[in-house]
Design a protein around this ligand. Structure first.
Ligand SMILES: *Cc1c(COP(=O)(O)O)cnc(C)c1O
Length: 438
């Protein structure tokens, strides 16, 4: 047995892999990765795979990125970790200050993963209403087909049946509002008109239920796990107006869409102004460390923060976890933000996106709903193959490409470091993988 075969066997015996029916690995082998460079991952035989999904949407500037790597190394020589209750350190303060300037929100509260950020935002919103004497505001709403993570609290506002239905008896009741996903518009109805129609439905619901509603949580502009469903920014503007009018918090879950993914640093900015003009809370994770280390954060308003500031301990936000504000992760996040400052990343991404767009438009394949927001490009494949997603994934691997379709939606969410050769490979290998798996 070769060394890599041996590793695969050991992995299947010892590791329970995420989002996976382990039995399927009888037919679909694991891929043993030994190193990464730029947009590429390499297996133990030296075969390369272009990482078109940024390793589950976390990587921004490529693998083995020197600035982020060196920032972590430098921090490692100073301080690897210290508890954040009662103690503080430069990386966590510097990062919190920067995020505050960029979003207009502040009082950064840290977690280690996206689902925890969702939990923190939900708990903070609920607790805020208690602290200000409105304890009846306990419920949450989200969009149909939304994804906010898979811990029990986050799952209660997530609306993806395959992740949620099994655990229904364990989770809180929440209501789902019609999604402004433009694929769902009537024929002839514009994206904007459809978004406004969904906003009207949101208003009807909130007008009736606001007395018991704490918050509306939403993925701004792109519902990732729904298969990169995209919608018009006017929905965010209207949601903000409605939430303000009826005193319901708006939680922007930019875990996937933050840090330039949709063309602006934060997706909320496309509704005009800053994040703080749209959201009472923002949840960030995934790209925050450039894909290097686990970190998440929730930022909120002075008003929310002040409601917890009190002589009584229990009025405080007592949530905690062991690695809160880890210095290594914060140093990776600072290095990532520095890369945005050092060059015109968003402008450069626009050129990449343009190239991807013109190439995919020329595909002679049965595609529907071709769509793009910044560095996310997606389309549906009209196919009768019920195993399309899995077959396409396997075909792409064969062609040296990591692609993970969601049902019939094929999407690109690549690192921002794609060069001309990478773009050529990505578009050609995708074409072949789709054509071979229909
Ligand atoms: C990935 C994701 C989460 C959950 O983040 P994890 O780190 O996987 O827990 C939450 N919300 C959105 C929009 C996401 O894409």
């Amino acid at each position: 047995m070769s060394e890599s075969q041996d590793l695969l066997q050991r992995s299947l015996h010892s590791v329970w892999h995420p989002c996976t029916q382990m039995k399927h690995h009888e037919r679909y082998p694991l891929v043993p990765i030994t190193r990464g460079e730029g947009a590429w991952l390499f297996d133990s035989e030296g075969k390369g795979y272009l990482d078109a999904v940024s390793s589950w949407w976390v990587n921004l500037f490529g693998h083995n990125q020197p600035d982020i790597k060196n920032a972590i190394k430098a921090q490692l020589d100073q301080l690897e970790h210290v508890m954040l209750a009662g103690f503080t350190h430069e990386p966590v303060v510097a990062l919190s200050e920067k995020l505050s300037v960029l979003t207009g929100l502040g009082h950064a509260f840290y977690g280690s993963d996206g689902a925890s950020a969702t939990e923190i935002a939900l708990k903070m919103s609920f607790h805020y209403w208690r602290n200000i004497g409105q304890p009846q505001k306990t419920r949450f709403i989200s969009l149909q087909n939304s994804y906010h993570g898979e811990t029990l609290g986050a799952l209660s506002v997530t609306d993806v049946a395959i992740f949620k239905d099994m655990y229904a008896p364990l989770i809180l009741q929440s209501a789902q509002m019609p999604s402004p996903d433009s694929r769902l518009a009537e024929t002839g109805e514009s994206e904007e008109a459809y978004a406004l129609r969904c906003a009207a439905a949101l208003e009807t619901y909130i007008a009736q239920h606001h007395a018991e509603l704490a918050a509306f949580i939403i993925e701004p502009l792109v519902q990732g796990a729904a298969g990169m469903a995209m919608y018009h920014p006017v929905y965010l503007q209207r949601a903000r107006e409605i939430c303000s009018h009826y005193q319901v918090h708006l939680i922007a879950d930019e875990i996937a869409v933050g840090f330039g993914r949709t063309g602006t640093l934060f997706a909320c900015e496309q509704a005009g102004g800053r994040v703080s003009d749209i959201a009472d809370f923002i949840c960030l994770s995934k790209g925050i460390t450039g894909g290097y280390l686990p970190l998440s954060v929730v930022l909120t308003t002075d008003e929310v923060y002040q409601a917890f500031y009190h002589d009584q301990t229990v009025k405080g936000f007592l949530h905690s976890h062991s690695y809160t504000g880890n210095p290594l992760a914060c140093s990776a996040a600072l290095a990532t933000l520095n890369l945005f400052e050092a060059s015109d990343v968003l402008g450069h991404n626009q050129q990449i996106a343009q190239q991807l767009w013109s190439t995919v438009q020329a595909y002679d394949l049965p595609l529907k709903y071709l769509r793009q927001r910044g560095m996310i490009t997606a389309f549906e494949v009209e196919t009768v193959n019920p195993q399309f997603a899995r077959d396409c994934y396997a075909a792409a691997l064969k062609h040296g490409l990591l692609l993970r379709p969601i049902a019939n939606a094929v999407y690109w969410m690549p690192p921002y470091c794609l060069n001309e050769a990478d773009i050529a490979h990505l578009t050609k290998a995708t074409y072949m993988a789709v054509a071979e798996s229909m």
